[in-house]
Design a protein around this ligand. Structure first.
Ligand SMILES: [Zn+2]
Length: 143
C-alpha cells in the first residue's frame, strides 16, 4: 500500500493496526498492480498431507482434524524413513501408537504420493474455505 504496489478493493471494517505514527484498517482484498505468476509447487506440510488424505486416518479410516491428526512416517524415522510426500501419511493418534508397537504390520489404505496443485485445490474446495472476510466468497466464486 505504502509503495503503491497494490490497490485495496475491500477493507476489514473492524480491524485496525497501529504503529506509533501510523494507523490503518487492514485490507481484506488487494489488487496487485503487477501480475504475479502463481507458484504451483506444493509445500510439504502437515496440513497439506492431511488435506491430500482428506482428513481420514489412513489405517482405520476415522475422520480426523488438525487437532486430532498425526503425521505418520510409513517407514519410521528410526528405521531411516524420511519426511517426504511418499513416506508421510495421516494417522489418528490411537493408530499411530498401535503402529509404533507393531512396526511393519501396518500399511496405509492409500499409498502416499506427491499431489498435484489442482488435486489439493479440489480437495480444499470440497472441504470448504475459511473466509477471512465475507467478500472472499465472491472472489473464490462460491457466493
Ligand atoms: Zn486410525
Amino acid at each position: 500500500m505504502v509503495l503503491e504496489k497494490a490497490e485495496v478493493l475491500e477493507w476489514h471494517e473492524d480491524w485496525i493496526v497501529r504503529s506509533a505514527r501510523w494507523e490503518t484498517r487492514v485490507p481484506a482484498v488487494l489488487l496487485l498492480r503487477e501480475y504475479q505468476k502463481p507458484k504451483h509447487t506444493m509445500r510439504l506440510s502437515k496440513r497439506n498431507i492431511f488435506l491430500r488424505d482428506q482428513y481420514a486416518c489412513q489405517y482405520c479410516g476415522t475422520e480426523v482434524t488438525d487437532q486430532t491428526a498425526t503425521l505418520d512416517h510409513v517407514l519410521p524415522v528410526s528405521k531411516g524413513g524420511k519426511t517426504t510426500w511418499e513416506n508421510s501419511t495421516t494417522a489418528c493418534k490411537p493408530c499411530n501408537y498401535r503402529k509404533a508397537a507393531h512396526v511393519g504390520k501396518f500399511k496405509p489404505k492409500n499409498t502416499p504420493y506427491k499431489p498435484h496443485f489442482w488435486d489439493l485445490a479440489e480437495k480444499r474446495k470440497q472441504k470448504g474455505y475459511h473466509l477471512g472476510h465475507p467478500s472472499w466468497a465472491t472472489y473464490l466464486g462460491i457466493a
